[in-house]
Design a protein around this ligand. Structure first.
Ligand code: GRF
Length: 201
């Protein structure tokens, strides 16, 4: 059911969708300020899709490889977003760099979450990068998306200690707990920023 006054949010996810779940759990709550109205996955088997369906949210999945190029895939996505009157997008473990078509359609309206304290450890396996570097603190970052890989303006970060004896699984799990706390706070910030009557640029 559509709730007036809430940010109409799409979530893109390629994998497990635990961050998607954190957003679904608060969807439709005026205290948080958004409603997840569409979930997209570029991986038809992604568990994230089952989470969307379980929550009663429309979920679509297409194989990007079935499109001639990135622009045509993104044009199809922009049309789907428009059909669901999506106002902002949250990338939640979406393993694809966005191109100019999506970025132009949603300027300043796309968030991403990354499991490191950006600008440290951009790109793939940020948890492994942090362990290899021997840092004593890592964490997670929510940022606005630009054309780069994990490069846009930072919205919110949470620090997570790296403890003696940590392996990839333990550190990733500790960071994940903070991601699930941080992403909803960042989406609430965006919802307030984009609320009717506020400047959107
Ligand atoms: C998270 O660690 C996120 O920071 C990264 O991909 C992972 C997605 O996990 N971009 P999930 O699918 O939300 O469980």
């Amino acid at each position: 059911m559509a709730v007036e006054g809430l940010l109409r949010l799409a979530v893109f996810a390629s994998g497990q969708g635990t961050n998607l779940q954190a957003l679904l759990d608060r969807s439709g709550d005026p205290a948080w300020g958004w409603q997840v109205v569409l979930v997209y996955s570029d991986r038809p088997g992604a568990p994230a899709l089952a989470r969307a369906r379980q929550a009663g949210v429309p979920a679509i999945t297409w194989r990007p490889a079935s499109y001639p190029d990135r622009d045509s895939h993104e044009r199809a996505l922009v049309a789907a977003l428009a059909a669901h009157r999506v106002a902002a997008v949250a990338l939640a473990g979406y393993m694809r760099l966005l191109g100019p078509v999506l970025l132009a359609a949603y300027p300043g309206r796309i968030l991403n979450i990354h499991p490191a304290l950006l600008p440290a450890f951009r790109g793939l396996d940020a948890v492994g990068q942090a362990l290899a570097a021997g840092v004593s603190v890592s964490g997670c970052t929510v940022h606005l998306v630009d054309a780069g890989m994990d490069t846009g303006p930072v919205v919110l970060q949470a620090a997570v200690p790296v403890l003696a004896g940590d392996d990839h699984e333990r550190l990733a799990a500790r960071i994940r707990v903070q991601e699930h706390r941080t992403y909803p706070l960042a989406v609430r910030w965006l919802a307030r920023r984009l609320a009717p009557g506020k400047e959107t640029s």
